[in-house]
Design a protein around this ligand. Structure first.
Ligand code: OXD
Ligand code: MN
Length: 626
């Protein structure tokens, strides 16, 4: 018997040992044995795909105090520490082997030093605790898209979240046998105080791209700990780059057009910028809200949701604007709320839920009452601005029937959107794939939100809404996107959307419900049903097509004045944006493809010609239909 086998036999009960050994995968066994030696747990639980095993994890989360039951069956609440409420971009780093380069935009640490540091924090971290070993599958099971994963964690909250968010993978591992091709995640919440990670300064998320391995320690917030989410996305972007497909920060939605037609869209928005609410538009069907893999198959771009659940931001979810989610959050089904306010009846409350909030309860700061301030004198809100819910997509009334299709769905259009108060019109189609990737996707900017630590509301460059997760040099990533559809006769159309445009007084120019109209217009364009008006940067809707959509879908009288306010082309802002973004590529991205600069020059020329011909601000009525 090998040393590894010996160790596993010694440390695991017979039942758990048999479960692990039934998967004939030496690389996985080595990983588990090393994790046990390093973290020294009191016991080890190997989770199969059975309902009993998943129930065990759920119950453990309640037993150890990481989750508490709420007033509706299946609902629980989890709190993260007061300073552990968002993705920690500063302490998330790539482990860089000698001689390799990722570019200055990606945060990295020399590999040997980084491994030593993170392992020193993981050392003995599970003493007295139960280690959970879970298997999942990214993407649908038995599919070309599937990536098997193993998650080791001492947090039943993390494991429980993953059983909601990901498809089970124990049987998938059994099928793939000894294949070394899987993703590995090891997480420990570290020392706890009042059930939250205590040593936040030693919070680390280190990513080893060579080994497809991620370490996470001294943190509980899902974005730092749920390995299969944004940590796996980083591994997948690297893998996709080598294999010629794309891993993207995208929702996938079935948009329902005339006569029962369904057209699938994938859409990339930075965190907290309307991605989930777009994927949930009423009357449409959802495949996914956060991460998609795209592959070319039979002359089409096909796409899957990597996940089967949603880890969504709960702020502003209310019965009027998000009826589908609201229904799931108020009926008996499996939901983990995190960092909301719990009242004395164990009922959850959150900012923007459309009801008056209690003036006291328990939240991420402990016992809370209105007016409570933190150590810096800042008022503590009733729930955190990045408070979340975690639920199963099949529990939603709008689940698309193709959610688990191993072939994915064909993509008709790709949408890029950000939090942009002054530049882009609400919806615009790019002239072609290349311009779409360069002018819509690679030029995306967005104002920062509560989903990451740091100041909110700062305009930042965020190409493809994926900058936080890129694991390859930026120029290569852009080239991969440009090349992806090169050999496809009819690639997906590319659109930009902007839900956050404001007028000079700082008032939003779009209503919450309007986003459905922009998507349904894109659906008509993909199917050749409507003409469009040519602008220097793309193609925008005609007034009468929008008026019809507003009337038929949200029963709103859309006026010409609304249209002019929303679709006036803002030349100075568009030129300033090109200058800002070009500067970033020139100064910070040495491998930027030349075609990006050429396309910027071309679009700048068009904007200036329009400025000379018309004025700085051009009414859409002055432009011509193409
Ligand atoms: C998320 C994020 O949780 O992007 O989806 O932060
Ligand atoms: Mn996201």
């Amino acid at each position: 018997m090998s040393n590894v086998n010996q160790l596993l036999k010694e440390k695991l009960t017979t039942e758990n040992y048999n479960r692990l050994i039934a998967l004939d995968n030496p690389k996985m066994h080595d990983f588990v044995a090393d994790a046990i030696e390093l973290t020294r747990p009191a016991s080890v639980f190997v989770c199969t795909d059975s309902d009993e095993d998943r129930a065990y994890i759920r119950e453990l989360a309640i037993k150890n105090g990481e989750e508490r039951p709420l007033n509706i069956p299946g609902h629980t609440c989890h709190f993260d520490g007061y300073y552990d409420q968002a993705r920690d971009k500063v302490r998330t780093k790539y482990l860089l082997p000698p001689g390799s380069e990722l570019g200055a935009s990606l945060n990295s640490i020399e590999k040997a030093a980084g491994v030593e540091e993170v392992r020193s924090f993981l050392k003995d971290s599970m003493v007295g605790r139960e280690m959970l070993i879970c298997f999942f599958c990214l993407g649908p099971i038995n599919s070309e898209f599937s990536i098997p994963c193993i998650q080791i964690t001492d947090s039943p909250y993390v494991a429980h979240s993953e059983t909601i968010l990901y498809r089970p993978g124990y049987e998938q591992f059994r099928k793939t046998g000894a294949s070394p091709d899987f993703f590995r995640f090891i997480h420990s919440e570290g020392e706890l105080e009042n059930a939250v990670s205590k040593n936040i300064d030693n919070r680390r998320v280190y990513i080893d791209l060579e080994e497809n391995l991620v370490y996470s320690v001294n943190t509980q917030y899902g974005g730092n700990t749920i390995g299969l989410k944004k940590l796996a996305l980083r591994l997948a972007i690297n893998k996709a780059s080598k294999q010629g497909w794309l891993a993207e920060h995208m929702f996938v939605l079935g948009a329902h057009g005339p006569a029962g037609r369904v057209t699938y869209f994938a859409g990339a928005f930075p965190s907290a910028c309307g991605k989930t609410s777009t994927s949930m538009l009423t009357g449409q069907t959802i495949i996914g809200d956060d991460i998609a893999y795209l592959r070319k198959k039979g002359g089409q771009v096909r796409c899957v949701n990597v996940e089967k659940g949603i880890f969504g931001i709960i702020r502003d979810v209310n019965s009027k604007d998000d009826p589908v989610i609201y229904e799931a959050l108020t009926k008996p089904c499996e939901v983990i709320f995190s960092n909301v306010l719990i009242d004395s009846h164990s009922k959850p409350h959150w900012l923007g839920m459309g009801k008056e909030l209690p003036t006291e309860g328990i939240n991420h700061s402990g016992q809370w009452q209105k007016g409570k301030t933190d150590a810096n004198g800042n008022e503590i809100t009733a729930s955190h601005r990045n408070a979340r819910y975690c639920l199963n997509i099949p529990d939603l009334g709008n689940r698309d029937p193709l959610l688990d299709d191993p072939d994915g769905v064909p993509i008709g259009g790709i949408i890029y959107g950000g939090r942009d108060s002054d530049t882009w019109v609400p919806v615009e189609q790019a002239f072609n794939w290349t311009e779409g990737i360069i002018i819509k996707a690679a030029a995306l900017e967005s104002e920062t939100t509560a989903a990451t630590l740091g100041k909110e509301g700062v305009r930042t460059f965020n190409l493809m809404s994926n900058l936080d997760f890129l694991s390859i040099p930026l120029g290569r990533y852009i080239r991969n996107n440009l090349d992806f559809a090169r050999d496809i006769e009819n690639p997906p159309m590319i659109f930009s959307v902007n839900y956050f445009l404001k007028d000079d007084n700082g008032e939003y120019l779009n209503g919450m419900a309007d986003k459905k109209i922009w998507i349904l217009w894109a659906e008509l364009r993909v199917n050749g049903d409507v003409d469009a008006i040519e602008t220097p940067t793309g193609l925008i809707p005609k007034y009468e097509d929008l008026a019809k959509l507003f009337k038929n879908h949200i029963d709103t009288q859309y006026t010409q004045a609304d249209y002019i306010r929303q679709f006036t082309i803002r030349i100075p802002e568009n030129l300033a944006k090109l200058d800002r973004v070009e500067k970033i590529y020139k100064e910070k991205v040495p491998d930027t493809p030349q075609i990006l600069f050429d396309t910027f020059a071309e679009v700048r020329k068009r904007l200036k010609a329009a400025q000379d011909k018309y004025s700085d601000y051009i009414s859409p009525f002055d432009l011509t239909v193409k």
